[in-house]
Design a binder for this molecule. Structure first.
Ligand SMILES: Cc1cc2nc3c(=O)[nH]c(=O)nc-3n(C[C@H](O)[C@H](O)[C@H](O)COP(=O)(O)OP(=O)(O)OC[C@H]3O[C@@H](n4cnc5c(N)ncnc54)[C@H](O)[C@@H]3O)c2cc1C
Length: 273
């Protein structure tokens, strides 16, 4: 069994998303050692759908393939200013915070769990003030993640609709909210929030390399892989699970999917011997 991994280390979001202060990476090192002991081979720095194709795996004798490529494409806001040098994506920032010069004042667009990790990481890399902005009246983050960010000093601003980003910081208008606290329109004057860096942390979607390069592999409109109850994709012998199937969720969901797929892959290989 071989793992093909695009990055330097295995572990996905556990390695490159969840910050060290929440998940010590020594735990992942132990998992890697165990995998090697079990005879699993690892090929780092291989992009499937780029360097190698899934069709080539079957050519070389692999009898079943599992895709667990996650959601690594940051969602964009589609507003002016996203390409400015003072603007970054949260998911990329978390992968290697030391690569970024963020200054002292950081504005985070979005208020989900990823935004909380971004805020807490920014404080540990020099930020003195971190402000998080949400269009509606509620945060999608879990209460405890929000509380930890608050304890670190994060400030939360609700009902703020981002209009554009400037070299001096993001510009908002006040959201007009419906009875459920959801934004329906905007009102009032533009408000510039001075910030050295603006980090966009609104959502992630899957990259489309594998769908574009693999014959018979189908995805939903959101780019998520379509699977059946056995986690088999629309291509026979190719299984998938985790975030690339259900969108960004949790480790437990990804593991449940992977176990279901592993059982089905064993059956598939026995039946197609
Ligand atoms: C900041 C952040 C914090 C989170 N916190 C929590 C938490 O506290 N608790 C929790 O349960 N969940 C958390 N999650 C969610 C959790 O990390 C994911 O649901 C889980 O990691 C999904 O696992 P996966 O295997 O599907 O994908 P991933 O973990 O994304 O792994 C995908 C792997 O595939 C590799 N890859 C991608 N494309 C290719 C390619 N073309 N070729 C080769 N390799 C490729 C990637 O490099 C990566 O190693 C968090 C997510 C983020 C972003």
């Amino acid at each position: 069994m071989t793992i093909f991994e695009e990055k330097d280390k295995i572990g996905g979001m556990l390695q490159y998303g969840i910050p060290d202060f929440r998940l010590p990476k020594t735990i992942l090192d132990r998992y890697k050692a165990r995998l090697l002991e079990l005879g699993v081979k690892i090929r780092p720095h291989v992009v499937m759908g780029g360097d190698l194709m899934i069709d080539q795996l079957f050519r070389d004798g692999y009898r079943a393939v599992f895709i667990g490529t996650g959601v690594w494409r940051p969602s964009t806001l589609g507003i002016q200013g996203e390409t400015l040098p003072n603007v970054h994506f949260g998911i990329s920032y978390l992968a290697r915070p030391v690569s970024y010069t963020i200054g002292q004042t950081v504005a985070v667009i979005g208020m989900g769990n990823v935004a909380m990790d971004v805020a807490r990481t920014a404080f540990r890399h020099g930020a003195q003030r971190v402000m998080l902005f949400q269009r509606g009246s509620k945060s999608p983050a879990s209460d405890h993640e929000m509380e930890y960010a608050r304890l670190d000093g994060a400030e939360f601003f609700f009902g703020k609709s981002i209009q554009r980003i400037t070299p001096k910081g993001p510009v908002f208008k006040a959201s007009v909210l419906n009875e459920n606290g959801r934004p329906v329109s905007v009102a009032g004057e533009d408000e510039l929030v001075p910030a050295d860096t603006t980090i966009i942390a609104i959502n992630q979607g899957p990259k489309d390399k594998l769908v574009n390069t693999t014959h018979g592999l189908q995805a939903s409109e959101r780019g998520l892989l379509i699977v059946d109850e056995n986690n088999m994709t629309t291509r026979a012998g190719v299984f998938a699970g985790g975030d690339v199937v259900h969108g960004s969720l949790t480790v437990v969901h990804a593991v449940e999917n992977a176990k279901n797929a592993a059982r089905a892959m064993m059956r598939y290989m026995e039946e197609n011997e």
